[in-house]
Design a protein around this ligand. Structure first.
Ligand code: ZN
Length: 74
């Protein structure tokens, strides 16, 4: 899994891919702090994973910067 920048992630246009899996834990029930994860790809092939660390409330600034990972082996 290779970490990529926001720009590199946007260049892949994940919004055109399928959501293969997602985890939204805004209450921090499972991660002990608010956490969101989305894996995008085609069919069963994951291509990019987004991780966000939202603030305690949805309107707050994110607790940590977003992270993006390239799943495809290069
Ligand atoms: Zn980002």
């Amino acid at each position: 899994m290779k970490k990529i920048t926001c720009q590199e992630r946007d260049d892949l246009h994940p919004e055109n891919m399928d959501v293969l899996s997602s985890c939204t834990d805004l209450d921090g029930t499972y991660h002990s702090y608010p956490y969101m994860e989305t894996t995008w790809g085609y069919g069963d092939k994951g291509i990019v994973k987004d991780i966000r660390h939202p603030g305690d409330r949805w309107s707050d600034v994110d607790r940590l910067p977003c992270e993006h990972y390239l799943l495809e082996e290069q």
